[in-house]
Design a protein around this ligand. Structure first.
Ligand code: NAD
Length: 390
């Protein structure tokens, strides 16, 4: 466990619950926003009565002007953040509102970073590398999810090198987050499963992280219970508002937890798959999770026994090892039930890339909090196990 001296980070205001999106205009005005850039994608912009439309209606009602950037790409690229910066400067904008999932939030954060901290974001990869505050930023979240609407992370892909890197800084944390589950009722099954599994991994990794503390532990436990009991239903019946609401609560709890206790090899390795093959982040995380955690068991077997119990497994009378294995079994079952593929083959992974990806994974900011310290060969073996999975 981390030393009993730590900071605890999250946005100062977080609006949560059905209908809260109507408050965004007044909140933007309160923050002194006169002309935000709305950072989103064309699909969300075109949704009738969707998150973008409701955000713009609320801004209009509050008399706040805006300009829209609608070219966010999944696994956002450096070109996206440069485009937002250009629009911001040319339109005389003074702030940023991101509307979407992790890709929209990270594009907005990335643009904010280069607007105030210098043009070359690759030089700012790492932890607490930012000297200057970003422009005021509100995040309206539409997936449950990455937690990016309340985290200090900005995950950006260098389209030239295919490297996905992270800028981690308290200055990245949005001033205000909005999580309205009514905006998520029409998220398709595959995306619900992928983003839900991302939230799940973001609750498991901080639970076994070397930086965990009692506050993050309680957040992870509750997030895992909520996901275990509501993700299947959210996938099977997307219009169940109760299941969607619980998934939002879970993703917020997981976001707060990993914002403070950090992640591990699943994310460090998923960033390589995402950067190399442009694959959906949540799917990459879910595919790697059981193989990374199987590797991690010997570093903290009791934490894995607890994870099994949190997921509803009966560990009575079992050896620590067998009890810990039940956690891995429960993780695989959850993935299976929500329709995640089995092998990283299915997202285009190739064994000849494993060596370079393993080298880069060990340099990723998320690798340092993993409970077991691995070598390049260990990471290659984990990629191989996730590749060979049937
Ligand atoms: P996403 O933002 O990439 O969105 C995926 C697709 O879902 C898009 O096409 C989008 O239009 C669509 N979509 C979004 N909301 C929708 C809705 N309500 N209804 C229908 N469609 C909707 O997906 P994501 O999983 O939220 O974000 C993934 C990105 O976030 C990755 O790049 C990942 O690395 C990053 N990430 C960031 C953090 C962080 O703390 N910064 C944490 C985890 C992941």
């Amino acid at each position: 466990m981390a030393e009993r001296s730590y900071d605890f980070l999250m946005p100062s205001v977080n609006f949560f619950g059905p209908g809260v999106i109507s408050k965004i205009g007044d909140r933007a005005k309160m923050l002194g926003m006169k002309k935000p850039v709305i950072v989103t994608d064309k699909f969300l912009e075109g949704l009738k009565d969707g998150a973008v439309e409701q955000t713009l209606d609320s801004l209009k009602a509050a008399g706040v002007d805006y300009v829209v950037y609608n070219n966010v790409e999944p696994n956002p690229k450096i070109r996206n953040i440069k485009e937002v910066k250009k629009l911001y400067e040319e339109s005389g904008a003074d702030s940023i509102i991101t509307v979407g999932g992790g890709s929209a939030h990270d594009t907005g954060k990335g643009a904010g970073i280069i607007l105030t901290n210098g043009d070359d974001i690759t030089k700012l990869a790492g932890i607490e590398t930012l000297d200057k505050a970003l422009p005021p930023l509100i995040a309206v979240n539409t997936t449950a999810g990455t937690g990016s609407e309340l985290t200090r992370h900005a995950v950006i892909t260098n389209e030239e090198t295919h490297l996905k890197f992270v800028v981690v800084s308290w200055r990245n944390i949005p001033l205000v987050s909005f999580n309205d589950p009514t905006l998520m009722l029409d998220v398709p099954k595959g995306l619900t499963a992928a983003t839900g599994m991302d939230a799940f991994v973001q609750a498991v990794e901080p639970y076994v992280s070397v930086d965990h503390n009692p506050i993050t532990d309680s957040q992870c436990v509750e997030a895992i219970k909520l996901i275990e009991t509501s993700l299947r239903e959210a996938v099977a019946n997307g219009h169940n508002l109760d299941a969607r609401t619980k998934m939002v609560e879970a993703e917020m709890l997981a976001g707060m937890a990993f914002n403070n206790a950090n992640l591990g090899y699943v994310h460090a390795m998923a960033h390589q798959l995402g950067g190399q093959y442009d694959a959906p982040h949540g799917v990459c995380c879910a595919l790697l999770l059981p193989y990374v955690e199987e590797y991690n068991i010997i570093a903290c077997p009791d934490r894995f026994t607890q994870l099994a119990e949190i997921m509803g497994e009966n560990t009575e009378g079992l050896s620590t090892r067998d009890a810990a294995e039940l956690a891995i079994k429960a993780m695989k079952q959850l993935s299976e039930d929500v329709g995640i593929p089995h092998s990283i083959k299915e997202i285009g992974a190739k064994p000849e890339d494993f060596e370079l990806m393993a080298e880069n994974a060990l340099k990723d900011g998320n690798a340092f909090s993993n409970p077991r310290k691995g070598t390049k060969e260990d990471i290659i073996k984990i990629f191989q196990a996730a590749y060979d999975a049937e």
